[in-house]
Design a protein around this ligand. Structure first.
Ligand code: SME
Length: 200
């Protein structure tokens, strides 16, 4: 199957749960045998975004659906240049990772006392945050003034009895109440697949 076809949604998909199960299945095929996180997160952002746009009636409204899907990753996990001298980025900032949508803010501070916005809160609390109306969320970072609702899921790696937080997966919507409980459950499974399929 051509890779681009993995974002195709069959007519049999009628609920959000079925949607997320389908995305999970397609993503596991897409990531099979691939371990580079930059490439895997790029394909994951594209698959999630393209699939969401194919299902606007469940994620907002037909003309006001999802407008951003992507990752923010801990600064120290980014590869550094092997050619020019460059120091490691700090672990107390999230840096913009692979995404689909309009340009977004590059750094999000997560150091204690400096954290702001939904991504930082999901990262620090290590829990998914669903925001039905971003205007009501204190400190929300408005990368796109047209965004109305948002969901952010932490990326958590469990290895050898240790738990490590890597970053977050963020979805934005142009309509209020774009995301709910089914999205939280579905997105957390997708986030776990991305984390476990990649080397960090
Ligand atoms: N709104 C996010 C910032 C990232 S953009 O939505 C892509 C926040 O408040 O953390």
């Amino acid at each position: 199957m051509p890779h681009a076809d993995s974002a195709f949604l069959p007519d049999s998909i009628q609920t959000k749960s079925e949607f997320w199960d389908h995305v999970h299945l397609q993503l596991s095929a897409l990531l099979d045998g691939q371990r580079y996180w930059v490439s895997n997160l790029s394909n994951a952002a594209s698959l999630i975004y393209s699939s969401l746009l194919g299902f606007p009636k469940y994620f907002g409204e037909s003309d006001k659906a999802v407008n951003w899907a992507g990752f923010y990753i801990r600064g120290d996990l980014f590869p550094i240049s092997r050619i020019s001298s460059q120091s490691l980025l700090p672990a107390d900032q999230l840096l913009l990772g692979p995404f689909c949508g309009k340009p977004a803010c590059q750094f999000i501070p997560v150091a204690s006392g400096k954290e702001r916005g939904v991504c930082a809160a999901a990262y620090v609390k290590r829990e998914t945050i669903v925001v039905p109306d971003v205007e009501e969320y204190p400190g929300h970072i408005a990368c796109d003034g047209e965004t109305k609702s948002e969901i952010v899921c932490p990326l958590i790696l469990e290895h050898g009895g240790r738990v490590t937080i890597l970053g977050v997966l963020d979805l934005d919507c142009l309509a209020l109440n774009g995301f709910g409980e089914e999205d939280r459950v579905g997105l957390e499974k997708v986030a776990k697949l991305v984390v476990d399929s990649s080397d960090w």
